[in-house]
Ligand binder design. Structure first.
Ligand SMILES: [Fe+2]
Length: 268
């Protein structure tokens, strides 16, 4: 997979133009608040940028780079239809947006000029990018492309969460999946995940401080050294964890995680 070929030469401009036009068309169909859809376009561009950073850092060859960039560009293409139909981005209350993305791509034929192999790989990555974990039998190339998207996605979600939770202003409760900001509540399952170096599950969340810890546990599920370095350098997770009061029951797990990140920074 690795070669000296520069991803600089990988051109996906026709797909970028298609995506922008599709997003604009769907946004125009929305009669209410369109800003959540605009934010999804911004998020997509950031994830694409992060994916470029990963493939460049990992020195992927041009064909693999192209697959990763296409998968990153299309990963949330299902969000627009999801929002139009259900007015939420919560999959549990609406639809699986990864699977919705695959349906949209098939219906719209946006990959019709690509090879069958490219279509298959990109759609597989889009369909699986939002799973808690990839199935054990996932073919290596599908896993590689999907993991680039998952890592790139995580970096940008951390940026968004930090913007919302570390600022002085009150944040929108939908950002923290309606979790209460209650300093007396703790999820033992989330705390356990920290000490066991595992990613905590959304289903285990009980409050906003659990959410901060959960985001920190994403460090255990990054697949590329380039992404781990970015995760540490960006500092979003550090901000999110440091904004947690010292008095809460999650504080020991928070301190453990911060010390672990500090150690990792020395090796990065
Ligand atoms: Fe997504």
């Amino acid at each position: 997979m690795n070669s000296a070929a520069s991803p600089f030469f990988v051109d996906i401009s026709s797909h970028l133009a298609w995506f922008r036009s599709y997003a604009a068309q769907k946004t125009a169909e929305e009669t209410g608040d369109r800003s959540p859809m605009d934010l999804k376009v911004q998020h997509t561009m950031k994830v694409l940028e992060n994916a470029r950073c990963i493939v460049e850092g990992e020195k992927f060859d041009a064909p693999t780079t192209r697959l990763c960039l296409l998968a990153a560009l299309y990963h949330d293409v299902g969000r627009f239809e999801q929002y139009l139909r259900y007015h939420t981005f919560r999959d549990r209350e609406s639809c699986n947006h990864g699977q919705m993305g695959v349906r949209i791509m098939k219906a719209q034929g946006c990959l019709e000029h690509e090879s069958p192999e490219t279509r298959k790989l990109v759609m597989a990555a889009v369909g699986m990018h939002n799973r808690f974990a990839l199935p054990a039998h996932t073919p290596p190339t599908v896993a590689l492309v999907t993991n680039v998207v998952r890592d790139a996605d995580k970096l940008d979600i951390l940026r968004i969460m930090d913007e919302h939770l570390s600022g002085p202003d009150s944040y929108n409760p939908t950002v923290v999946l309606q979790q209460p900001d209650d300093p007396t509540v703790v999820s033992e399952a989330v705390v356990r995940a920290v000490f066991e170096h595992r990613v905590a599950a959304y289903a285990a969340l009980r409050c906003v401080n659990d959410f901060r810890l959960l985001l920190g546990t994403w460090f255990f599920d990054l697949h590329f050294a380039t992404c781990r370095r970015r995760f540490l350098q960006d500092g979003y997770v550090h901000n999110l964890l440091r904004h947690m009061p010292d008095t809460v029951q999650q504080a020991a797990a928070r301190n453990y995680l911060l010390a672990l990140l500090e150690e990792a920074e020395k090796d990065a």
